[in-house]
Design a protein around this ligand. Structure first.
Ligand code: SF4
Ligand code: SF4
Length: 321
């Protein structure tokens, strides 16, 4: 990473401190339950950390604010009229292939399909769809390397969000033309894109709490189409993310906010990698959407993932990692 990152000191204080995000997220809880929405909501309901979100939006340079607004404005077309004549799906395998091909034509970097699981839905914001199509779209690695904590980095993230929003809107419209319900979800959505992407075989969860894919590492943005169109679902992949995360400490050491733990933690009944919400979000807010941890991750270096995965998997087989 070519940029020197600002220190974790902040231009704000809490008038009334929000409830800890870690507590809301269920850190340390042994019983499984659905997550509760807390930050980055669609704006239609009250969430505990909305004052921080407002601060994030209001302190952005104007160009960034407008781009963010435009990306959200596009989502007015997330849903629409469903064609009266419904296409029969006699071969869900072929339909899954077709949908992925169409997603690729619309510009998706990767696409995967899964059923809409409980863990991808917030408490009291359940969605009435059976399937989820996960879409990944890469960012410009070189640009992010130089601007990961400044406004240009924020602009690149929003450019990727704008592109991926176009993709999911077009894909949802394509499915509705087949006579099946479909709705596009992107940034600040009322669903969780990462568990959907993991179940759809796009990648695995890394120590830095983000998705890691073989093709783009973590240098990507995610969006989702929810639908009832019958399709064969994908399986989660094993590209050996844990094999490296258990030995590597790059993101832990480079996170200025000291938010990344070296050990998996119990969260709502599941042991998994977890990022300290209360430490990460203020720094994220200060830096136009900090992405240091995804930038320094070895998987994110363009072209590195396939070879890295192959090496780690073969080391695992030979017992030498
Ligand atoms: S930087 Fe290292 S420890 Fe962190 S997510 Fe990437 S591989 Fe895992
Ligand atoms: S985005 Fe990553 S590097 Fe930045 S503060 Fe959060 S956990 Fe740390």
């Amino acid at each position: 990473m070519k940029q020197t990152c600002p220190a974790p000191s902040y231009a704000f204080k809490y008038r009334s401190r929000p409830k800890s995000g870690n507590e809301i997220n269920g850190l340390g809880e042994t019983v499984k339950r659905k997550p509760v929405q807390i930050f980055h909501s669609s704006g239609f309901r009250k969430v505990e950390w909305e004052a921080m979100e407002l601060f994030f939006l209001m302190t952005m340079p104007f160009k960034l604010f407008i781009k963010g607004l435009r990306s959200r404005w596009l989502l007015r077309k997330a849903d629409g009229t469903i064609a009266e004549k419904r296409a029969k799906v006699s071969d869900p395998d072929a339909m899954a292939r077709k949908i992925k091909q169409v997603a690729g034509q619309f510009g998706a970097g990767a696409a995967g399909i899964t059923t809409l699981a409980e863990e991808a839905q917030f408490e009291n914001i359940e969605k009435p769809y059976k399937y989820a199509i996960s879409i990944a779209y890469p960012m410009d690695f070189e640009l992010m390397d130089e601007h990961v904590t400044d406004a240009k980095g924020g602009l690149e993230a929003l450019r990727a969000y704008t592109e991926i929003t176009h993709i999911v809107i077009k894909l949802a419209a394509y499915i509705r033309k087949l006579g099946w319900p479909a709705r596009a979800y992107c940034e600040s959505a009322d669903i969780l894109h990462i568990p959907i992407a993991i179940n759809a075989g796009i990648g695995e969860l890394g120590k830095h709490g983000s998705l890691i894919t073989k093709e783009f590492g973590s240098n990507l943005r995610l969006a989702t189409v929810l639908t009832d169109l019958p399709m064969t679902v994908d399986k989660p992949v094993d590209i050996a993310v844990d094999d490296l995360c258990l030995a590597c400490q790059r993101c832990t050491k480079d996170c200025p906010a000291d938010a990344i733990s070296n050990a998996k933690q119990l969260v709502r009944g599941n042991k998994k990698w977890y990022v300290d919400f209360d430490k990460c979000v203020p720094y994220f807010t200060k830096t136009y959407g900090c992405g240091i941890c995804i930038q320094v991750c070895p998987w994110s270096k363009p072209g590195k993932g396939p070879g890295l995965s192959e090496k780690l998997l073969s080391n695992r087989l030979s017992g030498s990692h």
